[in-house]
Design a protein around this ligand. Sequence first.
Ligand code: G3I
Length: 383
Amino acid sequence: MLNRFSLNLSLTAAALVIISACTTTTQATLDKQVGLKEAYAGKFLIGATMNGTMVANNNDPKTKIVKQHFNAATMDNAFKWERFNPEPGIYSLDAPHNFAKFTNDNNITAIGHVLFWHSQTPDWVFKDAQGNLLSRDALLQRMRERAQFMARHFGDQIKIWDVVNEAIEDDGSWRKSLYNQIIGDDFIEQAFIIANEELPAGSTKIYNDYGMTRPGRVATVIKMVNDFKARGVPIDAIGVQGHWSMDEPTIADIDSNLSALAATGLPLHVTELDIDYLGREHFFSANVDLKKLVATPENNPYPDGNFPTDADIKLGKRYADIFNLFLKHHQNIDRVTFWGVTDADSWLNGWPVAGRTNYPLLFNSDASPKAALQMVIDVGLQH
Ligand code: G3I
């Protein structure tokens, strides 16, 4: 049976098919379109990740999309330790400064991604000049210097930070990263204490992770946050990445996990939303070696960049269900950020199958809007 919402969606979808068949969307029409940020105004910020090319050029079509649709932005890679500070004393600051200026000039909330992550951290961070692993105190000092550097260079512009990324495994155990091995099980706690001492007062400090519907991880995150709050360890928000697919996780699963995480009393940030249209579950359940997966006609059905309209509408329906759920939880959600602007920018073209052409975002590779974009805007406008 169709409820009012699915009827609206069906009408929207039908209208889109007719419109796309009968008219050509002009640039003027696109420019007048209500932006995502307006559709969700008063509910939560709407963000996207940017890359170095986008922040270097105000006239890049993707940069224009960010200005029209988003009021929050994150750099995809530029602040990661490996990119930012690949060798001791060597810094790559052009993209970070361009990002800080772009967000500041355009009244866009800037998010720092990421202070401490086991991945994309160069080896030197964990070693002394002789190549031996650092002591706990020496690594904590190195982390403190990184936070100090960020505060000194970006403290005025970036007030929200992913402090620790992905430090908890699916089963809820601490990830045995080099941070954990050297510092111990209080690595996350120490990272938040350092961030709190070094970043400007009032900065929002986030614990950010993927798979935030997996029972083991969610239970540990909740336990950790409650423990931090009880002991006064400074943590301000929980980041739910949101790298989801068309079927997984179910809306019911996301719903109950958002409720459980919000019950800690911390606001939630959906930090890295995308929908893997081509799917991934069967690769994992088959327990195959992911490194050997290559694109084939079966797993890569639209290699030429032409995403069929019916597939676009299916994607839009999945996004609409997710955004309806976010609206249900809007009092606990401060921000929803897409991981990329257009399909061309997505990491999902390379994972878990190298060389697939995937369609996870709301804008096509050529920066034209998908039908799914309007479907997500419509959900916001209906509330
Ligand atoms: O820019 C170089 C290019 O010059 C080189 O030719 C090419 C060869 O591999 O690599 C390019 O850099 C790649 C970079 O993405 C830009 O595309 C790196 O190899 C690749 O490792 C890097 O992947 C990033 C990944 O994190 C690892 O840092 C993805 O872009 C980025 O979207 C992804 O984002 C992560 C979040 O930070 C944390 N949560 C999960 C999320 C998705 O994996």
